[in-house]
Design a protein. Sequence first.
Length: 450
Amino acid sequence: MTDSKTEQLKRVLKPVHLWAIAVGLVISGEYFGWNLGWAVSGTIGFLIATLVITVMYITFIFSYTELTTSIPHAGGAFAYAYRAMGPVAGLIAGYATLVDFLFATPAIAFALGSYLHFLYQPVPVLQSAIFFNVLFILINISGIKESATFSVFITILAVAELLLFMGIVSPAFKINNYLSHPMPFGWGGVFAALPFAVWFYLAIEGVAMVAEEVKEPKRNIPKGYIYGLATLIFLALGVMVLTGGITDWRKLSNLDYPLPEAISMVLGKSNGLTKIFASIGLFGLIASFHGTILASSRQVFAMARSGYLPRTLSKLNHRFKTPHWALIAGGVISFIALYTGTTAQIIIISVMGAVLMYMMSMISLFILRTKEPDLERPFASPFYPYFPAIALVLSGVCLVAIIYYNWLLSLIFFGGLAAVVLLFMLMGKHKVKITGEVLMEKAAVMVTPE
């Protein structure tokens, strides 16, 4: 996807940056969005859905890390599917990944606006969301090392705040509250809740998209993934269970700011700590917002560099070596989503992209094991073939559940995919082999460090 004349992304990221990006990409999922799963499944129904999705992510990440370390490429799943199955499969995986990250960004922007509105009623939600979009596009343009350093700082604050939240609400936890109306919609509710459980972990795979900017990627990428996933599992289960036991959970099941509201129920709305918590609650949302903008821009960059998107989007800023046009294009998509969708709708679209991408990645893993048995695999998937098979099956179940409960959104998602594939075929791009393809030349993967 590149040649000797193409400017290279800079290799400056270390394990601490990868942990921060991994956790930072996802941590907003602990602050909002997941509680919408309660509305369709109840507390126990959603707990079951979350445990199933946790197994899916454990098996997926341990399998996905094999791909990321074998083919450290900014295109992520797009690159793996292209190498395993060719141009059309690469296009499908790239489309799914773009939807995953480009739609996660406006969902988080909505929550940022809602948190600010909770703090200061005169602040409008939509205008705040747009402001954050513009601000963080500019921060990401300023440079990857500066951007990653910011991720470390903001992610540590976000993790600390969630630990503080659990400490504050745990004395108010009552098991009777948590077990009231545990599965009001039966097992059907568990399936309906799957996309909201995915929101707890969605976007951790974005670490793959900064692979070309990591020092010693084959050693450091597994560390970033594994430590990040362990952190997120602990925080997700802790926040979900404790929040569900402090009051009637139905009061929190349709809010974009469930944690500040939960704190206000424990301490009282007039308590100064309530406002302080809501203020620092912005850190978790900002961490994920910043990370999804970073990851989506690298996906746009990689696909444009390969000719799958307009070449202009692969241009790097000469001063900062960041893909500024890719960042701006992502911002435009985010603005459109903010003006046309609700938080729940945007989350479901984003999750649909994610689980399709997970399926394409696991299929790619199986094919590459057969097609390229001698490919260097610094991190091999443990318990192969069981881990990738479990991840593939659970991702498929999740996709079927989303389609069953969201027919219109599914039609939009797959209609868009069909249109993109048709256009791709009509333009004859499926017949064009990408020259200088970094995916196909192992030696080209390791570009010169800065």
